[in-house]
Design a protein. Structure first.
Length: 263
C-alpha cells in the first residue's frame, strides 16, 4: 500500500511494489501546467502516484505505451491528482528530529514529549506515562545512535501488535499469511508478495493510530488474494472492514515524516 496517494489500472504483480522493476527510460512531461515524471519499465500496467511532501506526480508506464497514451491516462485523473496535492499541502509535517529532551514524538497516534537521560548502566526506551517517552542513552551518544534506539523500540512494539491483527483478520478475509516483516519504506505503508504470501509493513506505522496500522495490514492481506485496487479489491474491503475509508482518511491526516519521499 503506497504511503503516498496512488492510483493504478489493474496492475498484475507478484509484489505490490514496483521499485524492483528496472527503469529503462525516465523523462518529464508537462500536462495542463503539471510536471509529471514518467518512468518506463518492463511492467504490464500503468501506475500513477502522487507523493508527499509537495505532491510530486510520477507515472510508471509499460514500455509499449507512447507519450500520448500516458498523457491521456494522466488527464483522466487530473481532478484526483489536484485533490491529493491539495491534501498534502494541508498536511502537518515534522521537522527533522534531533532526539533531544523536549521534542515531540508520536506513538500509536498520540503525541509524547521526549525525555533523554544519560545513563552509565541500562539504556533503552520506554513509555513513562501518558505524556512522556523516556530514553536512556550512553554518555556522548551521537544523534544517529539516539535515533536508532526509538527505531528499535518502535519495531518491537509493532512485533507485539501485528501477529494479533493478522490472526484476527485471516478467517474473515480467507487468507493465511505465511510471513510478515517490518522495514523502513519511504513511499509505502505496506507491500506484499502474493506468491510467497508475505507482507512487509513500514516501521513508521508504530507512530500511527492502531486503527490505521490495522487497516494497512488488512489492505496487504487482501492483496494476497486480489492483485489490483479494482472493484473486487474494494468489495472485499467493504465486506470485511466496512469503515476502511474512514481509516484511510485518518491515516492521511497524520503528520508526515521529515525525510524526502522518493521512489
Amino acid at each position: 500500500m503506497p504511503s503516498a496517494q496512488t492510483a493504478s489500472n489493474t496492475h498484475g504483480r507478484s509484489s505490490t511494489s514496483l521499485r524492483g522493476s528496472m527503469s529503462t527510460d525516465t523523462s518529464r512531461i508537462e500536462i495542463h501546467g503539471l510536471v509529471v515524471e514518467v518512468v518506463r519499465k518492463d511492467i504490464k500496467h500503468l501506475h500513477l502516484g502522487v507523493y508527499p511532501p509537495e505532491g510530486r506526480v510520477r507515472v510508471a508506464a509499460p514500455l509499449r505505451l507512447d507519450d500520448k497514451a500516458v498523457r491521456l491516462a494522466v488527464i483522466s485523473r487530473l481532478a484526483w491528482i489536484r485533490r491529493r496535492r491539495d491534501e498534502f499541502g494541508r498536511q502537518d509535517r515534522q521537522s527533522r528530529r534531533e532526539f533531544v529532551s523536549g521534542e515531540s514524538h508520536y506513538f500509536e497516534g498520540r503525541r509524547y514529549r521526549l525525555d533523554v537521560a544519560v545513563s552509565h548502566r541500562q539504556t533503552g526506551v520506554r513509555l513513562r506515562n501518558a505524556a512522556w517517552i523516556e530514553m536512556r542513552v550512553r554518555p556522548g551518544a551521537s544523534r544517529d545512535a539516539r535515533e536508532a534506539m526509538p527505531y528499535r523500540w518502535y519495531r518491537a512494539r509493532l512485533r507485539e501488535r501485528i501477529p494479533e491483527i493478522i490472526a484476527k483478520w485471516e478467517p474473515g478475509i480467507g487468507v493465511l499469511v505465511a510471513d510478515w516483516r517490518i522495514r523502513r519504506m519511504k513511499t509505502r505503508w505496506g507491500t506484499c508478495n502474493q506468491e510467497a504470501r508475505r507482507i512487509w509493513l513500514n516501521s513508521e506505522l508504530a507512530k500511527k493510530p492502531v486503527a490505521c496500522l490495522e487497516y494497512v495490514v488488512v489492505h496487504e492481506m487482501v492483496h494476497l488474494i486480489e492483485r489490483s485496487h479494482g472493484d473486487r479489491f474494494r468489495s472485499i474491503l467493504d465486506r470485511v472492514m466496512p469503515q476502511w475509508r474512514q481509516r484511510v482518511d485518518a491515516l492521511a491526516r497524520e503528520p508526515l515524516a521529515s525525510e524526502a519521499w522518493e521512489i
